[in-house]
Ligand binder design. Structure first.
Ligand SMILES: NC(=O)c1ccc[n+]([C@@H]2O[C@H](COP(=O)([O-])OP(=O)(O)OC[C@H]3O[C@@H](n4cnc5c(N)ncnc54)[C@H](O)[C@@H]3O)[C@@H](O)[C@H]2O)c1
Length: 356
C-alpha cells in the first residue's frame, strides 16, 4: 500500500484547500483536523474527506472565508451562526468560546447552526481537555441511519465525544458514531476493495449486506447495536440525543431534512447543527484528575480474556496509532484513496501527492 510522508500529506491537504480559495489560516486549521484523523488511524475522516470539502467550497455550499457570528449569549452559553464556514473554522471559534465561558462560569455550552462537516468530533473535545476542561462535541449529519423498525433512513451517524483530563497527562477520550461505524469506514473499505462486516449496513432489500459499494449507495446504516433484538434502539436513542443538542438548540436543519450524503452534492449548504461543551472539573469535588487516572489504571490493569489483547480504555487505540505513525513519519493509504487524490490534484492543478 502506498506510503506518504506526514509532512507531504499535510502539504497536499493545505494546497488542495488553498487551490479552491480557502484562506491560508483556515486551510492550515482544516488540514490539521484531517491529518489528526489519519495519524490516529481514523482514515474515514482524514484525506478521505478532503474531496467533500473541496467540492463543497467549489459549489459554494461552504464559504471558506466565513467568520462565525454570536447571535445570543449568557455567561455560560452562546448561540452561534456558523455562516456555512469550514468545519475547522466553526469548530475552533465555538470551542474557544465554550472554553472562555467555562473559565469564567465553570461551564460553557455553545450551540451553532449553519455548519459544515467538522470531521472527528473528538478533535474538538480534546481541544478543551488540553486546557484542563472536560470537553464534549456533537454534530448531526446527513440521514444515513435507519431508526429501529423504520424502512428508510432519517437519523445520522451523529457522533458523541467526550474527553476528560486525568493526572499525569493521561486522558479518557470517547469518540464514536451512533451508528455501528461512521459512513467513511464504508468508503475506506471501497477504496481497499474489501467487504464490510455483517451488521454495519442494509442493502436495498432491507437485509444486511457485506457489499461495501452497495451499502454506501443504499445509505441505510444500522444504529450502534444493530437490530432491535441486539439493542440497536440504543444507538438510535443516542443519535436522537445528539439531535436535541444540535438541531434542537441551534435551529439548524434536523437530520431528516439535511441533504443526502454525497461527496459532490448539488443540494447547497447542509446547515448542520453542532454543540460544543467545556466543563471546569475544579467546580466540583476536589481530586477529579486523580479519580479519572485511577479509573483508567483499574480498567487497563484488568485481566484480559486473551493475554495478547490487553484491556484498553477509550482513546488508547488512537493515542498508540498516533505515536506509531509519528515515529514512522509516514501514513499508509489505500491505493484507491491515492488514485482518487491524484485525479483531484489534476483537477485542481496542484502537485500530486508524493508516494515514498
Ligand atoms: N462529523 C461527522 O459527521 C461524524 C459522524 C460520525 C462519526 N464521526 C467520527 O468518526 C470517527 C470514527 O467513529 P467510529 O464510531 O466509526 O469509531 P470506532 O468504531 O473506531 O469507535 C471509536 C471509539 O471506540 C474506542 N475504542 C475502540 N476500540 C476500543 C477498545 N478495544 N476498548 C475501548 N475503547 C475502544 C475508541 O478509543 C473511540 O473512543 C470518530 O472520530 C467520530 O467522531 C464523525
Amino acid at each position: 500500500m502506498p506510503e506518504v510522508r506526514v509532512e507531504e500529506a499535510k502539504r497536499f491537504m493545505e494546497d488542495s484547500l488553498k487551490a479552491v480559495g480557502a484562506p491560508e489560516k483556515e486551510a492550515k486549521a482544516h488540514a490539521a483536523l484531517l491529518l489528526h484523523a489519519d495519524l490516529t488511524g481514523h482514515f474515514s475522516h482524514g484525506m478521505n474527506r478532503l474531496e467533500l470539502y473541496i467540492n463543497d467550497i467549489k459549489s459554494g455550499a461552504t464559504n471558506a472565508a466565513a467568520t462565525p457570528v454570536i447571535l445570543k449569549e449568557s455567561a455560560a452559553t452562546a448561540w452561534v451562526d456558523g455562516c456555512d464556514g469550514l468545519g475547522a473554522t466553526v469548530g475552533n471559534f465555538c470551542m474557544e468560546l465554550a472554553i472562555r465561558k467555562a473559565r469564567e462560569a465553570g461551564v460553557g455550552i455553545v450551540s451553532v447552526k449553519r455548519c459544515n462537516h467538522f470531521g472527528m468530533a473528538g478533535w474538538w473535545a480534546q481541544k478543551a481537555q488540553s486546557e484542563g476542561f472536560i470537553g464534549m462535541a456533537f454534530t448531526n449529519s446527513s440521514p444515513v441511519m435507519v431508526p429501529t423498525r423504520a424502512k428508510h433512513s432519517a437519523m445520522g451517524t451523529n457522533p458523541i465525544s467526550m474527553c476528560a483530563p486525568a493526572d499525569d497527562g493521561d486522558s479518557l477520550l470517547v469518540d464514536m458514531a451512533s451508528t455501528a461505524v461512521a459512513i467513511g469506514k464504508i468508503e475506506v473499505q471501497i477504496h481497499k476493495g474489501e467487504p464490510i462486516p455483517d451488521g454495519w449496513a442494509l442493502g436495498p432489500d432491507g437485509k444486511p449486506t457485506t457489499d461495501a459499494q452497495l451499502a454506501f449507495d443504499t445509505g441505510r446504516l444500522l444504529p450502534l447495536g444493530g437490530f432491535e433484538k441486539t439493542s440497536g434502539y440504543k444507538g438510535y436513542a443516542l443519535s436522537s440525543l445528539v439531535e436535541v443538542l444540535c438541531s434542537g438548540l441551534s435551529g439548524s436543519k434536523a437530520t431528516y431534512n439535511i441533504r443526502s450524503w454525497a461527496l459532490d452534492s448539488e443540494e447547497g449548504p447542509p446547515n448542520l447543527g453542532q454543540c460544543f461543551v467545556a466543563i471546569d472539573p475544579n467546580c466540583f469535588a476536589p481530586g477529579f484528575g486523580q479519580r479519572i487516572a485511577d479509573c483508567l489504571c483499574h480498567w487497563r490493569g484488568m485481566e484480559p480474556v486473551d493475554p495478547t489483547l490487553p484491556v484498553l480504555v477509550p482513546g488508547d487505540k488512537e493515542r498508540s496509532n498516533a505515536e506509531n505513525t509519528t515515529k514512522k513519519g509516514c501514513i499508509t493509504y489505500a491505493k484507491g484513496q491515492v488514485d482518487a487524490l491524484n485525479i483531484m490534484a489534476n483537477r485542481l492543478h496542484i502537485k500530486p501527492v508524493e508516494i515514498l
